[in-house]
Design a protein around this ligand. Structure first.
Ligand code: HEM
Length: 486
């Protein structure tokens, strides 16, 4: 009891000192008055997603406002000009990431091992540049052809596995979708794939998915680190997932690769490129290689979850599914499977994926100011967490007609080509923009076009998805697949 009282007193003193120091800053953005200890965390709890809360608060305090979450000073930016200022014009001043304990737990005790959760550094610049060729393949490149071939091969296995499941009855399709995505990634990046019956593979795919869900959640301990003792088991669980994944990647992927690597030939794949770089660059070490590969293989969970979200869109809007089916039938003349090479001729299907991303409105990982700086005349001290409210960009009637409706056509020009407005930035923009977006577009397209070519999709009852999130829970809704009737 005495310890608790002392702890509360210490926290109160810290809070008052911090409050005074933030109030001392001239021209700090306005915002709600924080409560002791929890700051304004209670304001977020009143909404279905924190970004919805930010949108509501922006109507009161303006497009740039400050908010204390626990003891963390944060600033939220809500319109396109401000967002571009943070991500592009002053990208160098806002290139760090939050220092959440969970992020450290997920990456071997140090979040700087992760490409997405690290602060900016020369190492990060190198890691991004090695990844670019493979994870952002250009349309006419050798790598793009590899993506197409890998997609076509894996989809044959995927369909074969799907055909083992009963039709016209609810099935748990997510594990299969994730395994297909995982094999596409490991085949493309490591020239290795795994049997769907492989127990270790099944477990690791599940752990990756758990981690993807985890990263997409917010926890009180992120902002109130003194709650850590209450999260001991949770932290143990997430570091267990990541160490199992690491062992799998080492034992089942890298060891083999090293044994067959020929330093005198061009790299066979991303894993070769990483291993070769290790020899050439004294600033890279073994840990960097493992974590980089793990990060990128983990991208398959993002693709799998986006596919699941798109299935929800299609189930909820059968007329949209019918139009995708018509497009795929026309392109393949019903005589072959769709492939990545059909994508440029199937703009509607692509537009369905964009519209799903818009509606899902996946948050941009928060940035943190790496120096004292200024934003639209407001002073922003080093270490301020910056929330980029792209939810507002995606759902505001200032930017979209009928924003609550699911209308893929909004991404099509009058001549039927895919067009993306400047204010649509699901993969962010600037210095820390997503490196995996081309892989997302390619692999999700192949899976969805193939499924729709063969099946009508329905579900039992209503499917609820969390707003402001592209992740669906590891154990989620079931889907009914019925062989195409028309
Ligand atoms: C639905 C799928 C995906 C979405 C919506 C998405 C979106 C994003 C967003 C919003 C960011 C933050 C950018 C910023 O902070 O400014 C990001 C970062 C990143 N993404 Fe993705 N992403 C997806 C899939 C992938 C995949 C498949 C990969 C890997 C193959 C990937 C690799 C990365 C990396 C490495 C970063 C960190 C870049 C950095 O901080 O320097 N992403 N992504």
């Amino acid at each position: 009891m005495i310890a608790l009282v002392v702890l509360c007193l210490v926290l109160l003193v810290c809070w008052f000192r911090r409050k005074r120091s933030r109030n001392d800053i001239l021209n700090y953005p306005p915002g709600p008055k924080p409560w002791p200890i929890i700051g304004s965390l209670h304001l977020l709890g009143q909404h279905s997603s924190p970004f919805e809360a930010f949108t509501v608060l922006s109507r009161i305090y303006g497009n740039i406002f400050s908010i204390n979450l626990g003891s963390t000073p944060c600033v939220v930016v809500n319109n396109l000009d401000l967002i571009k200022e943070v991500l592009i014009t002053k990208g160098g001043d806002f290139d760090s990431r939050p220092d959440f304990i969970r992020f450290h737990m997920l990456f071997g005790g140090n979040r700087n091992n992760s490409l997405a959760l690290c602060d900016w550094s020369d190492l990060q610049k190198t890691r991004r540049s090695i990844a670019r060729t493979y994870c952002s393949p250009r349309f006419t490149s050798l790598q793009y052809d590899m993506v197409a071939n890998v997609g076509t091969d894996e989809i044959t296995t995927f369909l074969h596995e799907i055909q083992k499941l009963p039709v016209n009855t609810p099935i748990n399709i997510k594990p299969l979708v994730l395994k297909a995505c995982a094999n596409m990634f490991t085949q493309y990046m490591c020239s290795t794939s795994f049997s769907y019956d492989d127990e270790e593979f099944r477990k690791v795919v599940r752990y990756f998915d758990e981690i993807f869900w985890e990263i997409n959640q917010g926890y009180a301990v992120d902002f109130l680190p003194w709650l850590l003792p209450f999260y001991k088991n949770h932290m143990k669980k997430i570091s267990h997932w990541s160490s199992e994944i690491r062992q799998f990647i080492l034992g089942r992927i890298i060891d083999d690769h090293r044994a067959t690597l020929d330093y005198n030939s061009p790299p066979r794949d991303f894993t070769d490129a990483l291993l070769m770089h290790l020899e050439e660059d004294p600033n890279m070490n073994w840990q960097h290689i493992i974590f980089e590969l793990e990060d990128f293989i983990g991208g398959h969970s993002a693709v799998g979850n986006l596919v699941m979200m798109t299935l929800v869109s299609l189930i909820q809007h059968p007329h949209v599914a019918k139009r995708v089916q018509k497009e795929v039938d026309e392109i393949t003349a019903n005589s072959r499977a769709p492939s990545l090479l059909d994508k440029s001729m199937m703009p509607y299907t692509e537009a369905v994926i964009w519209e799903t991303l818009r509606k899902a409105s996946s948050p941009i990982v928060p940035h943190v100011s790496s120096t004292d700086t200024e934003l639209f005349g407001f002073n922003i001290p080093k270490g301020t967490m910056i929330f980029i409210n792209n939810y507002d960009l995606n759902v505001s009637s200032d930017y979209w007609e009928n924003p609550n409706e699911f209308i893929p056509e909004r991404f099509l020009s009058a001549s039927g080509n895919v067009v993306k407005p400047n204010h649509f930035i699901p993969f962010s923009t600037g210095k820390r923009t997503c490196i995996g977006q081309r892989l997302v577009q390619c692999f999700s397209f192949i899976i969805l076009a193939t499924l729709l070519q063969k099946y009508d999709l329905t579900a039992e009852g209503k499917i609820d998805v969390k707003p402001g999130c592209v992740a669906v829970p590891p154990d989620c809704f079931k889907v009914i697949l019925s062989p195409r009737s028309s």
